[in-house]
Design a protein around this ligand. Structure first.
Ligand code: COA
Ligand code: MG
Length: 303
């Protein structure tokens, strides 16, 4: 699990995780009590798995950045809009002067984390790097509604320029892919600033220069206007995790170390459960009844 110049792009393939009882016992003893409680409320096991893996990605990210920290002492809180942040114990803050930001997303087959960790430096003029990430399956399910009808209902989500790009694609499949690509860009932006989808999405106008995304290739030439003004000091990374999932990362105030990275170094690294839990140390006791309750949850569909 690599950190490149302080930057992390990790993806977890939920479909290939078997989620055995021992896996579940370990996973559910490595989250904070209030999160274990929150996770129990998911109706479907798919949503439970996606969300708990997101939490474990966050823990592993902190542990990888701050190896001197005990895994079971890592603690997160959520801000008023639900965005998780790390709460460092004061003795760590006293020892290391650092900044960090991270964000998690999950959809269908993948849970992903984009993160940044850097020692505080005056060279940044106090401008800290921030990240937001969003993964989307390139699929329209629609419940029998035709795609153009769905687009009509979603009209206010995108600008006329964005719709022009989406609707100029050839056929429903390519239009769906372009829609999802714009969606993940927009969400990566709103998740970066932490507001979620509570702001006017038509005030954000993405301009794409590259027609198609590919696996193992990062596109970084997309730009955005917000409120009609080009946003400086922002970069957007886009790629496919596989042929069915796209991922967008919004980077605000990219650090000099980030700017040194080649596009290849920003390709998402797929990690499995063993690597995710490497050096994990339980915070809570195993709760066999809780694990059984999770295993009894329904599957949404074959995941
Ligand atoms: N900003 C950034 N990241 C957030 C966030 C926020 N406001 N809230 C939660 N997250 C993180 C969490 O890690 C979350 O994982 P969890 O649900 O397992 O805890 C993860 O992002 C979810 O991201 P994703 O999988 O991409 O979910 P989504 O596509 O459903 O979108 C939001 C998530 C945050 C964009 C969406 O739920 C939203 O807009 N919410 C509105 C937030 C808000 O303002 N609420 C009002 C509170 S009263
Ligand atoms: Mg999302």
């Amino acid at each position: 699990m690599s950190i490149k110049n302080g930057n992390v792009r990790w993806a977890f393939d939920l479909r290939s995780w078997r989620c055995t009882l021992p896996d579940l016992e370990l996973a559910t003893s490595c989250v904070q009590p209030e999160e274990r409680e929150r996770l129990s409320k998911f109706h479907f096991i798919d949503d439970f798995k996606a969300s708990i893996i997101g939490r474990l990605l966050m823990r592993q990210f902190i542990k990888s950045c701050l190896p001197e920290l005990d895994y079971n002492e890592i603690r997160f809180e959520r801000d008023e809009r639900g965005k998780p942040f790390f709460v460092p114990a004061t003795d760590i803050r006293d020892k290391i002067d650092f900044n960090m930001d991270f964000n998690v997303s999950h959809h269908e087959r993948y849970a992903v984390l984009a993160g940044w960790f850097g020692k505080n430096s005056k060279e940044h003029n106090g401008r800290q790097q921030h990240v937001g990430v969003d993964v989307m399956k390139l699929e329209y399910t629609g419940g029998g509604k035709a795609l153009h009808e769905f687009f009509r209902l979603m009209d206010r989500t995108f600008t006329s320029n964005e719709w022009k790009f989406i609707k100029s694609r050839n056929g429903d499949q390519n239009q769906t892919a372009a829609f999802m690509r714009h969606w993940s860009l927009k969400e990566s932006y709103v998740k970066n600033i932490g507001v979620g989808i509570t702001i006017d999405l038509q005030s954000i106008d993405f301009q794409l220069s590259t027609d198609n995304l590919f696996t193992n290739k990062i596109v970084r030439d997309t730009v955005v206007k917000v409120g009609g003004k080009p946003l400086n000091n922002w970069l957007f990374e886009e790629s496919l995790l596989d042929n069915e999932h796209c991922v967008g990362v919004a980077v605000k105030n990219p650090s000099p170390e980030y700017l040194e990275l080649s596009e290849n170094e920003l390709i998402f690294e797929v990690i499995d459960f063993e690597r995710l839990m490497h050096d994990a140390k339980p915070l809570l006791n195993i709760d066999p009844m809780y694990c059984q309750m999770v295993l009894n949850k329904k599957l949404k569909k074959t995941v």
